[in-house]
Design a protein around this ligand. Structure first.
Ligand SMILES: *Cc1c(COP(=O)(O)O)cnc(C)c1O
Length: 236
């Protein structure tokens, strides 16, 4: 099988899983956007994915993302993809991430707003922003995110920042936890943010291992890497 065929098979299997999960949840699959996570995989894979109709691509590490997005622009100058940044975001990198990201899923600090806003204004675009919520039942932050009760205040600050559009929430189920319960907590925060702004209805939740639980709990964006691209070549 060529690499393109491997990716096509991974995409088809993932779309099938999304379809089944939506049917079981009584939801329309058109409500769920598949965001393909390409971290650790080369720009040539991204070009195959674009050719296979993928429009939403995600990266989680700034240095890798800045190089890959530039290479994809070079290899496929007319591509119509959108880049999502889903990784831990440091304030000294936020302006640079805002230079190529169309959507930032990992907003978890006030300090990120000013540099992201400046980057959006410099590009003349609106950057879509999701508030990352820490879904650990114990208040120890392992994988980033604000505590659920602090999400509303951060969301209000996004609403009053030029260049940024509040789109909703993002969460990662804690390791070893009940994913469905975790995504249920995310759904509660989502309902409150939708009350602040009707554009804030996106729920980014679910990965290769738990996308069914996320869709059951209302995910509008699933972030899938290894189920499509294979196991990552190496971990850091
Ligand atoms: C890597 C990553 C994913 C994708 O994980 P898979 O298990 O490979 O699907 C999703 N979300 C975040 C935040 C990630 O870092």
């Amino acid at each position: 099988m060529s690499r393109r065929e491997e990716l096509a098979a991974g995409l088809a299997a993932t779309r099938e899983r999304i379809g089944v999960a939506c049917a079981e949840a009584g939801r329309d699959p058109a409500e769920v956007t598949l965001v393909v996570v390409t971290k650790f995989f080369p720009a040539t894979d991204v070009v195959h994915l674009l050719g296979l109709g993928v429009r939403d691509l995600a990266e989680s590490r700034h240095q890798e993302a800045v190089e890959k997005t530039a290479e994809v622009r070079r290899l496929a100058p007319s591509h119509q993809g959108r880049w999502h940044f889903i990784g831990n975001l440091q304030s000294n990198k936020a302006a640079a991430v805002g230079g190529y990201a169309d959507v930032v899923h990992s907003l978890d600090r006030l300090k990120l707003l000013a540099p992201l806003s400046r980057a959006a204004l410099a590009r003349g675009v609106m950057i879509d922003v999701l508030v990352q919520v820490d879904l650990d039942p114990e208040p120890i932050t392992g994988r980033g995110g604000v505590r659920p009760e602090a999400a509303d205040e951060l969301a209000r600050q996004v609403l009053s920042t030029t260049g940024l559009r509040l789109r909703g929430v993002m969460g990662v189920a804690p390791l070893g936890a009940d994913a469905e319960a975790a995504f249920g907590r995310l759904a509660e925060v989502s309902a409150r943010l939708r009350g602040l702004d009707r554009d804030a209805g996106w729920v980014s939740a679910g990965m290769s291992g738990d996308l069914e639980a996320a869709i059951k709990q209302g995910a509008t964006h699933v972030r899938v890497g290894s189920a499509i691209l294979g196991s990552r070549p190496y971990h850091r």
